[in-house]
Design a protein around this ligand. Structure first.
Ligand SMILES: N[C@@H](CCC(=O)N[C@@H](CS)C(=O)NCC(=O)O)C(=O)O
Length: 205
């Protein structure tokens, strides 16, 4: 199999997932800023025009970062990144969705409605971007209160795909850019720990 990917929040989810599993697979670099995903031949691979795309040996493709991660988890279960047992898996799923929908989602909307890069993706609304900035700040406050119980990772005591979704949010925050407020002690502690992991990508200066 090979991974079509470029440095981006959702691309990072698969890159980090593979690194945390200790796996290396061939990567076909995709020039996102150069618009490569929006034209052929990439569109034939994923008509949505987005990375990451996992191309399997039989020629079929998987898109959607979490679906790709689940496939890798199925093939290489150790270390488990989607939780263990019925409850453990449900807790990781719960936090992964919360991070994706409540924290990453608002910031992603800010980018979609503010970045010139997304103009051709559809109309942009400055008021909506402002509202989503406020949703993002509120979500970070909520996350900080939740994580103030002393846990090391988003879903509890073990690193999981929910932390990886959080890392995608941290990369997006780097691009927007927004800085996580110092007073969010638990979230800041978690941010430092995530950026210290060997799987955190080297970012162009
Ligand atoms: N739901 C998809 C979203 C993928 C996505 O939004 N990819 C972005 C990078 S974060 C992309 O490739 N954008 C290219 C473009 O808009 O031209 C996933 O999780 O895989």
């Amino acid at each position: 199999m090979k991974l079509h990917n470029g440095l981006s929040p959702n691309g990072l989810r698969v890159t980090v997932f593979l690194a945390e599993k200790g796996l290396e697979i061939p990567v076909v670099p995709v020039d996102i800023l150069g618009g490569e995903p929006r034209r052929e031949p990439f569109l034939s691979l994923n008509p949505l025009g987005e990375v990451p795309v996992l191309e399997l040996d039989d020629g079929s493709v998987l898109t959607e970062s979490v679906a790709i991660c689940r496939y890798i988890e199925g093939l290489f279960p150790d270390p488990p990144l989607f939780g263990m047992g019925a409850k453990g898996q449900a807790v990781v799923e719960m936090w992964n969705r919360r991070l994706e929908q409540r924290v990453h989602g608002p910031l992603s909307d800010v980018a979609r409605h503010e970045f010139a890069f997304f103009k051709e993706r559809g109309p942009q609304f400055a008021d909506f971007a402002r509202a989503r900035r406020s949703d993002y700040r509120a979500a970070l406050g909520w996350l900080d209160r939740e994580m103030s119980d002393g846990r090391s990772f988003v879903a509890g005591d073990a690193f999981s795909v929910a932390d990886i979704t959080g890392m995608a949010m941290l990369l997006l925050a780097h691009f927007v850019p927004v800085v996580l407020p110092e007073e969010l002690k638990a979230v800041k502690r978690w941010e430092s720990a995530m950026k210290a992991r060997p799987s955190w990508p080297k970012l162009p200066q």
